[in-house]
Design a protein around this ligand. Structure first.
Ligand SMILES: Nc1ncnc2c1ncn2[C@@H]1O[C@H](COP(=O)(O)OP(=O)(O)OP(=O)(O)O)[C@@H](O)[C@H]1O
Ligand SMILES: [Mg+2]
Length: 235
């Protein structure tokens, strides 16, 4: 990596009681780049993302953001400093409208620039404007994924964590979600995306990490990790 990393994990361990979920992970994301974290069920992908957002504490190692150790900071503090997670299973607020779901993402964000960000979201993702008043729970899975991503973007994060955005989606919905992610990339937001589905994830990425049962098997450019990442898809 040439640029100074925006996010850097060194030697991160995650433990849940007797379960050692992540072993000594080293990972970095540069400003504006998209990195993918590929792994099968139980590989530790969500554990890594939750360690970055602060809902899980690392048992060992360091989480640096803009060069500062944020390991002791609360999730709220990390969110205010520009880290947002779109969690696995696209948990939208089912009974709230699409608009209210998106606006809920502004919570805890810097007040200046809020309107500009929300305007950008509604003009960039036409679905949001078309379905503004519809309860989000009545949207299709792919549409809900776009609402979930938009909600995470409402705070204009510098680092967006996406936990398995393609899970359970049809090929068409994967394509639409990928297009939404490309818009985020064009805005200059750095992304760390976890996926089991290596093929569509690799198309979006600059670099990647392949995780197997909590251990990093390979990291590098998409070309360097492609074969191993695709093999993980079938495990
Ligand atoms: N709260 C928890 N308590 C105990 N074990 C946990 C907990 N959360 C995760 N684990 C274990 O940690 C390991 C990694 O889980 P994690 O959810 O991070 O994997 P994942 O790669 O996100 O999997 P998936 O693709 O199924 O979402 C698994 O063995 C899991 O059972
Ligand atoms: Mg997971």
């Amino acid at each position: 990596m040439t640029a100074e990393p925006l996010l850097q994990l060194t030697g991160v361990d995650v433990r849940y009681g007797g379960v050692h979920a992540v072993h000594g992970l080293d990972l970095a994301v540069a400003p504006g780049e998209t990195a993918v974290l590929i792994g099968a069920n139980g590989a530790g992908k969500s554990s890594v993302l939750h360690t970055i957002i602060g809902t899980v504490r690392a048992a060992a190692g360091r989480v640096l953001y803009r060069g500062e150790d944020i390991s002791r900071y609360s999730t709220n503090h990390r969110a205010r400093h520009g880290i947002r997670l779109s969690p696995e299973g696209r948990r939208v607020f089912a009974t709230l409208s699409v608009e209210d779901n998106v606006l809920s993402g502004c919570h805890g964000s810097r007040r200046d620039g809020r309107k500009e960000t929300v305007d950008w979201l509604f003009s960039t993702f036409p679905l949001l404007a078309q379905r503004r008043r519809q309860p989000a729970g009545t949207l299709s899975g792919g549409q809900q994924q776009i609402v979930a991503i938009a909600r995470a973007l409402a705070a204009a994060p510098d680092l967006l964590l996406l936990d398995e955005p393609f899970l359970g989606l049809s090929p068409i919905a994967i394509r639409d979600t990928s297009a939404a992610i490309r818009q985020v990339q064009q805005r200059g937001t750095a992304i760390l995306l976890s996926e089991q589905m290596a093929r569509p994830a690799l198309k979006l990425a600059d670099r990647g990490y392949v995780l197997r049962t909590g251990t990093l098997r390979r990291s590098g450019t998409v070309a360097e990790i492609r074969d191993l990442a695709l093999a993980e898809d079938y495990l």
